[in-house]
Write a protein that binds this ligand. Structure first.
Ligand SMILES: Cc1cc2nc3c(=O)[nH]c(=O)nc-3n(C[C@H](O)[C@H](O)[C@H](O)COP(=O)(O)OP(=O)(O)OC[C@H]3O[C@@H](n4cnc5c(N)ncnc54)[C@H](O)[C@@H]3O)c2cc1C
Length: 467
């Protein structure tokens, strides 16, 4: 009788789960195990909101396991202590888990592997981490080169997709702790179950994919899939999503949207590979000239950005959506990240930390990648002189202003022509709109043109100091 522990981490799904499938080829008894790791759940980069999503998703996974004759065993503690205990109690001969390339996960897995037979299986990315390399053997630092190399290799095929097992082997008698209750509610936008993830994918393929390339920048997020929390916790297999979308490449009406969406899955892939190759990029600017600089932005500016009180409606709406829902669109993320790191000159790591605490999809690789790109310190760094103008961004990507008004009720009666720059309202218009600048809504924290000039000057001086 072979007993195998299936150690669930960021793969809370039964469909297309390669670690589970590998475990099932050996197991007469299977122990689906989740470890409540204090380093992740209560550490400095933990997030109450993500915990709420995670705990609810674990309950849903447990229910799905029970429908198949199994159940989730939950234990709290440090994995390097919990795993040997569970292996001993269950008589397991093997532990199988999905590989995770983040720096903490790698250290953790090395520590666990010292005392139990741990086998890691791919599945969190489309291709194994570390497998995409330049002819020199170096990992890629530039997305377009990574993408070209990626497409030279065989792409995932629908035949690879693994169905959810209809039944699962029995679980040996083992104690399990209750899945914790979260003090926070799960954001309504994201029902925390594998079924919900799969339904959302189907809905997006049917309704959103064909127009994705045209609508993906909508600030209200209605033009994108909103699948990121599901990928973050592995409630949906990225390989399965890839294959499902790739089918539309042959449909003339949907091909452009499908191509654009698959490219975004490749950005995810790129950042996962990048972090695995350069774990130090989580804390350090990729571009050497930014490593030892002191960013001049103030704590007060950071606080106003975090609280959505900058006086720039697009920035404030995005930050209030983030704090309220744990999510915002990609375009909103780029605007607020550019605003903090360039117009306010606050160290990108402050923004990265805040995002990671607040985002339901908060993921080290994607977040660090997005922040370094936005701040101009990263790989394919956005040129430092590319600075988003929040007024123009609002005009373009929230044209009727409904998203800004949703998150900033104090601007409800501000005429559309002033909505993205309310400080331009003459005083009588302010009074009529019930929105006095500096009283009902903040005056702008900076004047855009001079802040832009200051940023350009600072970035230039940092680069020159190094050359
Ligand atoms: C400053 C900044 C911080 C970010 N932090 C995170 C984060 O912590 N977690 C996270 O998942 N994404 C992050 N992103 C990437 C991106 O904004 C989100 O993945 C996307 O907005 C999620 O919405 P969606 O699921 O509707 O995406 P879609 O547009 O439908 O894209 C599909 C999937 O592709 C992936 N993806 C899309 N764009 C990117 C990208 N630029 N980089 C990496 N993966 C991408 C996501 O998994 C996403 O769910 C960040 C971007 C920026 C600019």
């Amino acid at each position: 009788m072979t007993t195998v522990v299936w150690w669930v981490r960021r793969d809370l799904r039964l469909h297309d789960n390669q670690a589970l499938a590998a475990a099932l080829t050996r197991a007469r008894e299977l122990v689906p195990l989740f470890v409540l790791d204090p380093a992740l759940l209560a550490g400095p980069t933990s997030s109450q909101r993500r915990n709420a999503f995670l705990f609810a998703a674990l309950r849903s996974l447990d229910a799905a396991l029970r429908r198949r004759g199994s159940r989730l065993i939950v234990r709290a503690g440090r994995p390097e202590q919990v795993l040997p205990t569970v292996v001993r109690e269950s008589g397991a001969t093997l532990v199988m888990a999905e590989a995770d390339g983040s720096p903490y996960a790698r250290r953790r897995d090395e520590a666990v592997a010292r005392s139990v037979p741990l086998q890691l299986v791919e599945g969190s990315t489309l291709r194994p981490l570390g497998s995409i390399r330049a002819p020199t053997g170096e990992p890629y630092r530039v997305y377009s080169q990574f993408r070209r190399a990626w497409f030279r290799l065989p792409i995932p095929s629908p035949q690879d997709i693994l169905p959810a097992p209809p039944r699962l082997p029995p679980v040996p008698r083992l104690a399990s702790e209750p899945i914790p209750e979260s003090p926070l509610a799960v954001p309504e936008r994201f029902a925390p179950s594998e079924d919900a993830a799969r339904q959302r994918l189907q809905h997006f393929l049917a309704q959103g994919l064909a127009s994705y390339h045209l609508r993906r920048n909508a600030l209200d997020g209605s033009g994108s899939s909103q699948l990121s929390p599901y990928f973050r916790f592995g409630l949906l297999s990225v390989r399965e999503a890839w294959c499902a979308a790739a089918r539309y490449l042959d449909e003339p009406d949907a091909a452009a949207g499908a191509r654009a969406w698959l490219d975004e899955l490749l950005w995810r892939e790129f950042y996962q590979h990048l972090l695995a190759a350069w774990p130090e990029s989580a804390r350090m600017s990729m571009q050497p000239e930014f490593r030892d600089v002191a960013w001049p932005g103030s704590n007060d500016a950071l606080a106003r950005w975090q609280e959505g009180r900058t006086g720039f409606p697009v920035v404030d709406a995005a930050m209030r959506q983030l704090v309220s829902e744990g999510w915002m669109s990609n375009r909103a993320r780029m605007i607020v990240a550019s605003f903090l790191s360039k117009l306010l000159l606050v160290d990108w790591r402050e923004g990265e930390r805040f995002f990671r605490r607040e985002l339901v999809d908060g993921d080290l690789a994607a977040n660090v990648g997005g922040w370094q790109w936005s701040a101009g310190t990263g790989t394919d760094a956005a040129p430092y002189f590319r600075i988003f103008n929040p007024v123009l961004q609002g005009e373009q990507h929230d044209p009727n202003g409904s998203w800004v008004r949703t998150w900033l009720p104090e601007l409800a009666n501000v005429p559309r022509e002033y909505l993205f720059a309310p400080w331009r309202m003459p005083i009588e218009v302010q009074l009529r709109a019930g929105c006095r600048i500096g009283h009902d809504y903040p005056a702008p924290i900076v004047e855009y043109e001079s802040a832009r000039a200051r940023a350009l000057e600072w970035f230039r001086s940092v680069r020159q100091a190094q050359s």
